[in-house]
Ligand binder design. Structure first.
Ligand SMILES: Cc1ncc(COP(=O)(O)O)c(C=O)c1O
Length: 400
């Protein structure tokens, strides 16, 4: 039985063309990009070419606006800490309640240690930002706004350009975590109000442990990692050359695949959703119907535990993930779904299916074949479902 991978928001398969591009940089071209001799020069040239591939993906004005990092988490941390250091008279941060832990845990830490006041802006039922609360939080005290381009759990896309423009009115820097958006949705930073943007290699069919931070020309940047003069003294440490080459190649391929993501991949996702909603009673699609990543579907099955569904899907050769994080044996519902105020009965039953260009129609067929029976069987065992079934007249809530 072919294993079906529908957890591409967690990580993606490295494209074989990416591996091929990387390999010579382990053996043949092993020089240090900073060395003055020919071994260094050829590697330096390749590292620059990769930067230009990223520049293309992001529609950035200059390749030197790209700083290589170890991934999305480092990029996010570097952006926020730089902004606080660069503007000592501004001690506030604005972010949202639905950000990735790479942002949330840093912001919580900064608040706990008294280094910044943080405004965690809420969202509505489809995961869209509370714009009134956002406007109210903005002031001349804000050093940086950090809002994600697209949510990793639901795929909801924030109107990022407009949000960046509002931040500018108050002289605050604007950073976006585009780890899930890059390569799935078009990005053009050249004439945008976005000052900084994070992305990660392993979310776009590149290697793990490599990412980038875009910093617009003219924005003051204070390095997170100090050391040598690599990355124009903005990120110390010998460059991870093979990974950088892989990231560049992945960016080039991703740019070429955006139309496929927006077309074929979206159709696969929509077909799955439609079939599940038709065949399984009492499920909710979480996220914004219109402004959503084309590859992401978060479906909450009322009165079932997502972990149980995932286990049974896995036995059927299908890998998906839950919208909730499992902490120390107790099931903590997802902070994203909690912020969206998803009904209690559905909060523990959310399953995220995230597609990629590797998926085909048969993958969807396999899920559709297996899922209704799995949910039915689990509900039969649930005392809550027996009670609920009496009350519920089989009404399906779509995009609650
Ligand atoms: C939205 C978002 N931000 C940041 C990260 C962290 O990226 P990395 O794994 O490269 O550190 C992730 C990874 O899941 C993510 O989905």
């Amino acid at each position: 039985m072919k294993a079906i991978y529908l957890d591409n928001n967690a990580t993606t398969r490295v494209d074989p063309a990416v591996v091929e591009a990387m390999l010579p940089f382990f053996t043949e071209h092993f020089g240090n990009a900073s060395s003055a001799h020919s071994f260094g020069a050829e590697v330096g040239t390749a590292v620059k070419a990769a930067r230009q591939q990223l520049q293309q993906l992001l529609g950035a004005a200059h390749d030197h606006e790209i700083i290589y990092t170890s991934g999305g988490t480092e990029s996010d941390n570097a952006a926020i800490l730089s902004a606080l250091e660069a503007a000592p008279d501004r001690r506030e941060i604005v972010t949202s309640k639905v950000e990735h832990p790479a942002i949330l845990s840093l912001c919580e830490h900064l608040e706990k240690t008294g280094r910044a006041k943080v405004h965690f802006i809420g969202v509505d039922k489809v995961g869209q930002l509370d714009i009134e609360a956002y406007r109210a939080a903005l002031s001349e005290k804000v050093a940086i706004v950090s809002l994600m381009w697209a949510n990793n759990e639901t795929g909801t896309i924030f109107p990022i350009e407009g949000l960046a423009e509002l931040a500018k009115e108050h002289g605050a820097l604007f950073h976006t975590d585009a780890v899930q958006a890059a390569g799935k949705t078009p990005i053009s930073l050249k004439d945008s109000a976005i000052d900084m943007l994070s992305l990660s290699g392993h979310k776009l069919h590149g290697p793990k442990g490599i990412g980038a931070l875009y910093v617009k020309k003219g924005v003051r940047f204070k390095p997170l990692i100090r050391g040598g003069h690599q990355e124009r003294a903005r990120r110390g440490g010998t460059e991870n050359v093979p990974a950088i080459i892989g990231l560049g190649k992945a960016a080039e391929l991703a740019l070429g695949h955006i139309a496929d993501e927006q077309g074929r991949v979206r159709e696969l996702r929509d077909r799955l959703e439609k079939a599940v909603l038709q065949r399984v009673p009492n499920c909710i699609v979480n996220g914004d119907r219109h402004d959503r990543l084309p590859n992401t579907s978060n479906i909450a099955f009322e009165y079932v535990e997502s972990e149980a569904i995932l286990l049974h899907l896995d036995r059927n050769g299908v890998a998906a993930s839950s919208g909730s994080a499992c902490t120390s044996g107790s099931m903590e519902p997802s902070h994203v779904l909690k912020a969206m105020e998803i009904p209690e009965a559905a909060l523990h039953g959310a399953v995220r299916f995230s597609f990629s260009r590797d998926n085909v129609a048969e993958d969807v067929d396999r899920v559709i074949e297996a899922l209704p029976g799995i949910v039915e069987k689990l509900r039969e065992m649930s005392p809550f479902w027996a009670d609920a079934e009496k009350k519920i007249n089989d009404s399906k809530t779509v995009f609650a």
